[in-house]
Design a protein around this ligand. Sequence first.
Ligand SMILES: Nc1ncnc2c1ncn2[C@@H]1O[C@H](COP(=O)(O)OP(=O)(O)OP(=O)(O)O)[C@@H](O)[C@H]1O
Ligand SMILES: [Mg+2]
Length: 341
Amino acid sequence: MLVLGLETSCDETGVALYDSERGLLADALFSQIDLHRAYGGVVPELASRDHVKRMLPLIRQVLDDAGCVATDIDAIAYTAGPGLVGALLVGASCAQALAFAWDIPAIGVHHMEGHLLAPMLEDAPPAFPFVALLVSGGHTQLVRVDGIGQYQLLGESLDDAAGEAFDKTAKLMGLRYPGGPEIARLAERGTPGRFVFPRPMTDRPGLDFSFSGLKTFTLNTWQQCQNSGDDSEQSRCDVALAFQQAVVETLTIKCRRALKQTGLNSLVIAGGVSANRALRTSLEDMTAALKGKVFYARPAFCTDNGAMIAYAGCQRLLAGQHEDLAITVQARWPMEQLPAL
Ligand SMILES: Nc1ncnc2c1ncn2[C@@H]1O[C@H](COP(=O)(O)OP(=O)(O)OP(=O)(O)O)[C@@H](O)[C@H]1O
Ligand SMILES: [Mg+2]
């Protein structure tokens, strides 16, 4: 089954062609980062308008790259939520219009299920069951995964998501948007041990997270440096490292706790923050000590992309699921509401 995947939940237009027999044939992405950078974050209306401009050229591009024509496509998968409603509607309307014109089925995919399943596109994918840590711009969740659509939420952030904490902290320190890669870049040159920040909510039981206090702690430390006349690049790197280490260690402690609690030893990490190298190394060390393994996608498939939507949609289509012609999207959509395969 050849599936066209469309992703438009936020500020990336992602398109891909995934074949259930041959794997991923092509994927293309247009990132709107430059468009939103001047505003320090995503402007929803600008995002929607840009998706409209990019979608059809990207579909033509993936067809060319894969050496396919429109009539080869068996079904269309699109992100139906959660995300920005206007942006989601662009992908949903486009998918439903093409599905109607080509007389093929369409399926609305849950964006976080897409992220969660992205590591399945790599060689040596994880086997069910496993614990998944979803760490993106809008979500920080620990989920027990027993199969596609069999999700049990174990814990989540009570305030900022991990990616959001990276982005907001970077903004407070005068860094560019998106802040995750910027902080990671500075942290590489940081002096270990100069600053040590708290590991929020690790001193009590449970699997929930809270990152908003860490953001304030980081700002206060950076302002103390500046007030004492030290706004050097080295101090910025040292603060960035202390922040990153606090996030990484907090996530590692909670992942270890989730693995112990469930008795599992496979951990999947997904979403933009799973591209962070310090996080990957820390989780690799932690899972190795438990004789387990951590799985993640290539960096391009950690952040938003069409390939994960094509893959997730394909699994559900193969199980016989699809939508009727209605265009429905959901800004908020708990993943546990998804039907099991
Ligand atoms: N190397 C990195 N280190 C830390 N954070 C990173 C890194 N690369 C990307 N990020 C963060 O990942 C986030 C983007 O990830 P993603 O595209 O998965 O999120 P989103 O789609 O905006 O949110 P959601 O998927 O929850 O709707 C941003 O917050 C960005 O700062
Ligand atoms: Mg995302």
